[in-house]
Write a protein that binds this ligand. Structure first.
Ligand code: GLY
Length: 361
């Protein structure tokens, strides 16, 4: 028997900047012109195409850049291997090369899908992210999780692939629906609740202004939220341990989304998930009542429903068992010790989970 060792050792630097500002599109176009790229492909969805994508494409063309726009029907339902294949065919037809760049322009589904396309096209080409929803600004744009959904579950095929740069243009928030805007606020609250009590206090104090979409205030809060998430992904990019802390509120939240057939919005489902998981911590003696009440009060300020309506508790609890992030046979929760301090890998007895959800109906 012979043995040949192929020694591949890596020290990679996939660091990137997140730029936050107003009316960034002209600057992005001018910046791309200096890069000597051979082609640019903007990947977006049918909603964003209507609002910004065509204007942005024109800006790129005016800079003398060779650019194409590829769009797919908006919605998580499009985030499939089939859509990925269609986009890849379009990229090959347009003869995008390794010296080209992909621009992911849209919400979470676009960023996940376009980032995944970038990670496998010609074994990986660079991409930029321009999130257009508040949720994507504070979540999907940081940490390089890219993926598509399959009939077996969400995000089951994907890669960790970091963008070259993220541009958060808060001017695009003007056209966001209320539901979409509140989806982002729920995620910001989650970041505060698990890791930053001071951020929680500020969110509480400024929630009224945030709901008016004051651009300067929202820019500061986006920056704060992104900083919290970036610390987590810097420590555990591949979600081997610490990154799981970001799942707070999502074990029950995802289950509610699934059982409601996605009629309950992500933000609303996570809000209910955060309440349920805070109450579980309370029942286990980890968190005191006053702390969970503060979380509920803040969620109420955002006009989130705090009761689970018209959904079966049994089905919700069953759905938590099929969460893809669950590696053990028992469901593991992220529970709170106080606002700003969370504990991972917690188990919750069935009776406690049933009681908490039952009390929320
Ligand atoms: N959305 C959670 C994460 O990026 O890990």
């Amino acid at each position: 028997m012979q043995k040949i060792r192929v020694k591949i050792q890596r020290e990679e630097d996939d660091s990137y900047d997140i730029i936050i500002g107003k009316d960034l599109f002209p600057q992005i176009a001018a910046g791309l012109k200096t890069l000597n790229l051979d082609k640019i492909a903007i990947i977006t969805d049918s909603n964003v195409k209507k609002f910004y994508a065509n204007t942005f494409l024109d800006m790129l063309k005016k800079e003398g850049l060779k650019a194409v726009l590829i769009s797919f029907p908006a919605g998580e339902k499009s985030k499939t291997r089939q859509t990925k294949e269609r986009i890849e065919d379009a990229l090959m037809k347009y003869q995008l090369t390794k010296n080209s760049v992909i621009i992911a322009l849209g919400g979470g589904a676009v960023l996940d899908l376009a980032g995944f396309v970038a990670s496998t096209y010609m074994r990986g080409i660079p991409y930029l992210s321009i999130p257009t929803t508040l949720l994507a600004m504070v979540d999907a744009s940081i940490g390089g999780k890219t993926a598509v959904d399959t009939p077996f579950g969400k995000n089951l095929i994907g890669a960790f692939y970091q963008p070259e740069r993220v541009f958060i243009d808060i001017s695009v928030l003007k056209t966001l629906s209320d539901t979409e805007y509140r989806n982002g606020l729920a995620e910001m609250i989650k970041h505060a609740v698990i890791l930053d009590a001071k951020f929680f206090l500020h969110l509480d104090g400024y929630m009224h202004t945030l709901l008016t979409r004051d651009e300067d205030v929202i820019a500061r809060f986006i920056q704060w939220s992104c900083k919290i998430k970036k610390v987590v992904v810097q420590e555990d990019e591949k979600e081997l341990s610490y990154r799981k802390i970001l799942n707070f509120g999502h074990t029950i939240g995802h289950a509610i989304e699934q059982v409601s057939n996605y009629r309950v919005s992500h933000g609303q489902a996570v809000a209910l998930g955060m309440i349920a998981e805070a109450k579980m911590a309370e029942k286990k003696g980890l968190l005191n009542f006053m702390e969970s009440q503060k979380i509920i009060d803040l969620l109420k300020k955002v006009k989130f429903e705090t009761r689970i309506k018209k959904l079966s508790i049994e089905e919700i609890l069953l759905a938590t068992h099929y969460d893809k992030k669950k590696s053990q046979s028992e469901v593991r929760y992220v529970l709170l010790e106080r606002i700003g301090k969370a504990k991972m890998d917690c188990t919750v007895r069935k009776e406690i989970a049933e009681k908490v959800l039952g009390d929320m109906t």
